[in-house]
Design a protein around this ligand. Sequence first.
Ligand SMILES: Cc1cc2nc3c(=O)[nH]c(=O)nc-3n(C[C@H](O)[C@H](O)[C@H](O)COP(=O)(O)OP(=O)(O)OC[C@H]3O[C@@H](n4cnc5c(N)ncnc54)[C@H](O)[C@@H]3O)c2cc1C
Length: 367
Amino acid sequence: MAAFDFEVIIAGSGPAGVSTWLHLHKLNPDLAARTLVLEKASHPRPKLCGGGVMRAADILLGLLRIRIKVPSVSVHNAEFRYHGRRFYWRQENFFRVVRRHEFDAALVAAALQRGMVLHEREALMRFELLEDGVQVYTEQTSYRARVLVGADGANSVVRAHMHLREPQRLARLIEVLTPTDPTRAYEFTTHTAVFDFAGVDEGLQGYIWDFPCLENGNAYINRGIYDSRYYPKRERADLKKLFRAGLEARNAYDTTQRWQGHPERWFDPRATLSQPHILLVGDAAGVDPLAGEGISFSLGYGAVAAEELVEAFHHQNFRFEGYRKRILSHPLGRALGQRRLMAAMCYRGWPRVLLTMFFIVMGLKWR
Ligand SMILES: Cc1cc2nc3c(=O)[nH]c(=O)nc-3n(C[C@H](O)[C@H](O)[C@H](O)COP(=O)(O)OP(=O)(O)OC[C@H]3O[C@@H](n4cnc5c(N)ncnc54)[C@H](O)[C@@H]3O)c2cc1C
């Protein structure tokens, strides 16, 4: 044992990494105390995101006795647009819109208060598998650990160094914040988030979103375009063209805007989720292909990974052969399975009938 610097190293302190540590701390505080979290940035760090935090995420954090109090806009109505029709899902506090740098920093602060050891500005560069563990090389030094958890997001270095020969399953996203008047903007006055599927007819395997949000006390609409690429062989939609047209239709386009893009990985039950001494969580493993919802799913991964870790240390068996099954039989895996089914329905290539059917099956009201 003395040969190991840490039992577990978690690369990444986004929702997936911190949730893994928090659940480990709940299940086995000793193991959590012998865990190191590495973070290449330092909190509050920028994170491109719509910031839609579903109620399920807050409930999951509530089970850990954590409440993330950051500036948020409550969303009570989700408006789905397709073919000139508007479908609605109405639910009090359906989700809230946060700014991710604030949300993630608050989550990290809660974990630090419970004793999480975090090395910021120390990126994992690579790792080597050993017979009984893993040697982790960072920008500064190297550590020996039993297990490495890859919680380092969609561009996961851990995943890249697993040398997997399988499809990437990467969605493409572009986002921009546009200033708005909260006393007049529809999204603010009616607490509505818009999901516009018009681009599906032009090959988009996703939608354009408009979420009301607050940045430094000022009102903005967080606007973005999501293309799941769930069917990668289908022709790529012209994302920039579609996004520009969407912004122009909303009178929200301006040539000085700074658009930013970032990928997201979606879940496939056949994909690699672990190797001996390695577990993947969050965007490094894969999240929702339908809507690109990743925050609640990443928090959910933490619960599953912590259970897997505790059992592995109990049996001193680090092959993680049961991790996939554990994910699939957990509510996390079942929810991801439903999202896959819906993504297949919506993005297959004959969207009109399927999307309309999907909205009706979901019981959404339209007008
Ligand atoms: C444009 C966009 C909009 C989105 N909108 C929404 C939304 O509205 N609602 C929603 O639920 N989801 C949304 N998502 C998805 C969501 O952001 C992700 O699914 C979620 O952040 C994944 O959490 P994670 O902890 O796995 O990864 P991340 O949040 O990406 O965290 C990974 C962490 O690892 C660190 N890191 C990276 N490399 C290394 C390394 N080599 N060593 C150490 N640390 C490293 C990073 O700095 C980061 O802190 C959106 C995504 C994008 C791109």
